[in-house]
Each structure stands twice: as C-alpha cells, then as structure tokens.
Design a protein around this ligand. Sequence first.
Ligand SMILES: [Zn+2]
Length: 502
Amino acid sequence: MVRVGRRALALAMVCFLVSVRFSAGGAAASSPLWSGVAWSDRQIFRSGLVESAQAALDELPGATVYRIDVEISADLTTLVGHETVLYTNRESCPLGEVYLRLYPNAAGGRAEVSWLTVDGLDVVGFYEQEGLDLRVPLSSPLSPGTAVEIGMDFVVTVPRGSAERYGLFALSDGVLSLDEAFPSIPVYGDAGWQLSPVLPFGDVAVYDASFYIVRASAPLGVALVGTGVEVARDDDGLRQIRTFAAGPARTFYLAAVDGLIMVEKVVGETTIRSTAFANGYPAAEKLLSITEAALASFGERLGAYPFTELDIVANPLLPGGSAMEYPGTIALSRPLYDPHAIIWGSVPASEALEWDVVHEIAHQWFFNMVGNDQVNEPWLDEAVAQYVVGLYYADAYGPEGTRIARDWWFGNWSRVGREEKPIGLPVWGYAPPDYSPIIYGRGPFFLEELESTFGADAFGAFLRDYVATFAWDIATTATFRALAEEHCGCDLGPQFEAWVYP
Ligand SMILES: [Zn+2]
C-alpha cells in the first residue's frame, strides 16, 4: 500500500453461532474445472508462472488450496458462492481448530458463512472479533502433516463507495473492487493464529503462499480483472463465467469494471495489462513502459518476476490511499491518471503515477514472494519496497534518479521532523500521522545504511539471496538480520538498535 487512511474499529469479542443454512451456492450450472481433479494436481497453475518459477509447483508441500465458485449479482453488490479449502497442518503441533478471516465484516460490508463442513460433515463455527474471524472447530486435533477439507457457502455484501479501507472493498464509479473478499485462512505462527484486528491504516494481508482457483460468474458487459491468469471462459448469453488460476500467491484480488479501456504489452514471458478509464489512455500507455522498465530492473537485481501476467487496474480509491498491491495485480487510484491532477497537495500526478506503480511492483517481491507479517513488521515489505524503488530510479535515471528517490524519502520523513523513531514497530505502534513518514520515509534510509556498511555490490547480492532464500516463505526481522549478518560476516546489532528496534 502507499500512504495512509483513517478508520476506527471497535473491538468487542462477540461470539455467535453460524446457524443459518443457505441454499447451496454455486455460480453456474456446469461443473467447475476442478471437478474430479486431485487437490495435489497443480498443473492448472503452470500457465500463470514463468518457466523459471514453475519449480514452485513441485515445492511447497501442503500449501493451502482454495477453490471458489462465486456469482456476482447484476447490480454488482452481492456475492453468493461456495468455497472449498484444503488446509494442511504444516506446524509442529496438533491444531484443534482452523480460522477463517472474513474481512468484509471489518470493511463496511458483510460476510456470512453457512453450511460449514469439515471433511464433508456439518460443523458449527463461531464468529469472533465482531465477525472478522470465524473459528472452525475440528472434531479431533489435526496432526502435523495431515490435511482437512473445509467447505462453506458464503454471501458477501459489498458497500457502495465505502469509506473503509481506502475504498478497496467497494463498488464505486462502476468499479467493483474485491479486496480480501473471500474467506481466507490466516498464518499460524509462533504465537498461534495471526488474528490481528483491522486497523485504521496499514495493510492487513498476512497469509501463507497458497493456490487459488476462482470461477466467477458476472453480468455481461463488465471486464473481470483478477489475480493469476484466466484458464477458462464461457458466456451463456446472459452472464459470463471466467475461471482464474493463481499461485503461489498470498491472496486473491478480483475487480469487475465497467467502461474501462485496456492496453497490453508482452515483455518476455509476461503480459502487462493496463486497464483505465477512457480519459486515462495516455497514463495507461505510460504505465506499460514504466512497468516494463521496473520488471527489468527488479528482475536483474532481485530475480525474475514469477508470473506470466501483471494487471494494473484503475480504481476509484479514496483520498489517503493511492495504490494497492496484490499478487500479479495492482490497483491504482484514478486521479493518478489525470495529467493535470496534483496528488498529496503538491505532487504532479504523472510523478506520483510512476512512483506508486513501481512501489507496488516492488511488492511483488516483498510481500508476495517474500512474505512477512504486514501488521506486526510492516517495515519488512514497505521500507524494503521503498528502498528498491530507489534502485529502479537509479537504473532509469542514473544519479539524478537516486536524488529523486532520496527526495521522496526525505520529504515523507520530514513530515515528522525526521524524528528518529524505530521502524520496527507494529502498525499500531505508530500514531496515524507517524506511520507513513517513519515506515516509508525513514525506513529506506536504514536499507541505505546497510548498503553503505556492506558496499553496494555485496548488499545487492544479499538482497538477491534474501529473495531466493525466503521465496514463498515468510521472513521476519530476525531472519532478515541473520541472513544479512551471514553475508557481511559482521554484527549488525548497532545498526538495528539505531534504526529498527524499539
Ligand atoms: Zn506498499
């Protein structure tokens, strides 16, 4: 994400039963692609990965697999569907329950789950945190290495023009933006299930790399843009049915957009698609060349972009949020496409457009490939992304580009008088006005400090190894430091004390 917003969530631990049984959901009459396909069969995901990334299909044993069948209503405000998830316990202890996160209940909408089953048997689930979480009890503890199949019907109500979560989960100006819309299993970490509340600012997605097949039925006339690649399409004269396959990926994003134009460019094995409002055509075109340059720069420095598609979609985001990263997909705020607009009070939109899209492209490495806890250790994706945006600017514009990037960082950090507040706090460790200046402004200077400690070439080698080592895994401040110290053969304690630790 770029920038911050404002929202308050009251947290009451109200629990209530899931007791309503909806009639069986399901998007369409024909059988989905996965009918009769083994959970372990990952062939459908191959076309979404560039050749060098396809080895991941044979790795990641036990990665969660989602199969989602969803029908989007004619007015684009209701989703009715069925989801089946295969979850494998990859921890060292037995699990007595599994959680599902229902973000619409904390984003101005509504998500209800019914007909909940575990391995085909009906179970009763319990909503917690005002419906943000659904606890799914297991009749017997799930042993390490064993899997469970969780099935559910769901109904999701999407707000119109929501003021929550930057407007990322909303229908507005003909764009249905489905941020974290589907029930998803959180990470199980050292402290148990990661069930952070949704905060007024910062990102929320903390997931293991997973595989998604999503069959979406929608009215004809809207374009569906989603994470992954389209693997099947069908129209019955009234509705369109599109099936997307994605993975490994941290989450699944889908947008249904009305009246937008699309331009695309094939670069190597990857197709870049840029979707915009009709008057945003010049910016949509410009985004293709910026993205091509960013993929080349990051590909060279960090390792190849893993997917065969990268979608950029114009989105009527609210002020306070200008862009958002998803695996293989980026949502960009509509004003960025207006060459006459001024963003954040002083920045010409054309400059913000380049910065923002490159920042979100950087998240394809730091958030999607190398996962982290975006709530508890946001510097690991945001500050690192800001730093590598600086590398892109250096590659694109030489020393002048480095100056431009440092001006961005300094300008942001200066909003809090360059306060030397640690960058390693959880999101809730910052007051809303401090979060962006410290994480996005001060944060990249810590990476620059490490670069000067290592030397540019050695730090570049470390970053590349960091991506390779933690690809599709989850890194932490501790593992980042340990690998960095292995590379430099030095003690980075003083640097982490000065910049990161509370
Ligand atoms: Zn970001």
